[in-house]
Ligand binder design. Structure first.
Ligand code: NCD
Ligand code: ZN
Length: 345
């Protein structure tokens, strides 16, 4: 049993860093773990244009201080108003990589999201033409649907037809949670990939209700049954380059989550790579961690592989109960107060 593991420095293909006072904290945690991260644009107001994305990128870098060893890569928020010209600007702008589709109402800060994807055909055509990937929050939003079925319905009713209508569109189905999504992506045409979070690999829907209501396990898409968790684990360790690391670290204040109407998102960035190591180790697949965490996202996005390496050590330690997000807010990280058996050196 090896007691350390060295891998190429990983990338996070899906992270929420927020803005303002929290940025110093969130950016530092991601930079401590990852070489690069694709930063999600669901700020208030959302990051809808290249100019705003570059300004946000500047604030992230400023929060990190001089000579950061971390490269923020930006995604733009797709809205009903996004025009093909913005797609062309993305294609010409290094550091801005993709668009993010939030169906309106699907998740945190999705009020400005897309109401009718069909009306965006010219914009989607431009993405296809310029090779600009579309990252997708894949949940159907009809309020009458069962909340645990939203991803599977989106895959069948929206994603499958989208991929047929735009056969060259590059798509990342973000934070997949179901067997249906994993199998769909595994069998899809070239240019389709998926990210998988540590929470969806480590937990299932029982963990939302273990001994009481567990607001810090509430994220969207929701945790699903154990059979789905096992399928996500299976594809994550399969060595299939379509499945790669996207933590979906989504910090919220403890107060906003421990509330009568708590908000969705798990703050996992402080321990992300350790959490993934825990899962891969439990599945006897530590040799598959490097591809998943450090190679496959770069391959999909056409980025060079990172040249530096990180070392994980087998060592029992306890995740802190809380983390100060800003001088006025604290957050409860994923796995708070629980032990892990891997630690980033
Ligand atoms: C994310 C957030 O808080 O920004 N929340 C979440 O539950 N995952 C948004 C998202 O990725 O859906
Ligand atoms: Zn997210």
């Amino acid at each position: 049993m090896a007691d350390f593991l060295e891998i190429t420095r990983p990338d996070d293909a899906h992270v929420h860093l927020r803005d303002g006072a929290a940025l110093g904290c969130t950016a530092a945690f991601s930079a401590a773990q990852f070489a690069r991260a694709l930063v999600m644009p669901n700020l208030l107001p959302p990051v809808t244009g290249v100019a705003e994305a570059l300004a946000y990128r500047g604030r992230i870098l400023e929060a990190l201080g001089p000579e950061p060893e971390f490269e923020p890569l930006m995604a733009l928020y797709l809205t009903d108003e996004t025009r093909p010209a913005e797609v062309r600007r993305v294609a010409e702008t290094p550091g801005v990589l993709a668009f993010k589709l939030y169906p309106k109402g699907a998740t945190t800060h999705s009020q400005a999201g897309v109401t009718r994807l069909a009306a965006l055909a010219p914009t989607l055509e431009a993405m296809q033409e310029h090779g600009v990937p579309l990252c997708i929050h894949g949940e159907a939003t009809d309020p009458g649907l069962d909340v645990f079925d939203r991803e599977k319905i989106f895959v069948a009713e929206t994603l499958a037809p989208l991929l047929e209508e735009f056969p060259g569109l590059r798509v990342v189905l973000e934070h997949i949670t179901t067997r249906e999504a994993a199998q769909f992506v595994g069998a899809a045409r070239a240019g389709v990939a998926a990210t998988i979070t540590p929470q969806h690999l480590l937990l299932n829907r029982n963990d939302l209700f273990a001994g009481g209501l567990r607001p810090h396990h509430y994220c969207l898409p929701l945790l699903k049954r154990a059979v789905h968790q096992r399928e996500l684990q299976r594809v994550a360790i399969s060595g299939n380059p379509r499945f790669f690391l996207g933590s979906d670290s989504a910090p919220h204040s403890a107060a906003a989550k421990e509330s009568a109407c708590g908000c969705a998102g798990c703050f996992c960035a402080p321990v992300a790579i350790e959490l993934y190591a825990e899962v891969f180790d439990a599945l006897d697949a530590l040799d598959k961690l490097e591809g998943f965490a450090s190679h496959f996202a770069a391959e999909f996005y056409g980025l060079p592989r990172n040249t530096s390496r990180v070392r994980l050590e087998r060592k029992t330690w306890r995740v802190p109960e809380t983390i100060e997000l800003s001088p006025t807010e604290e957050s409860v990280p994923l796995w708070a107060g629980r032990e892990l058996s891997w630690k980033l050196a």
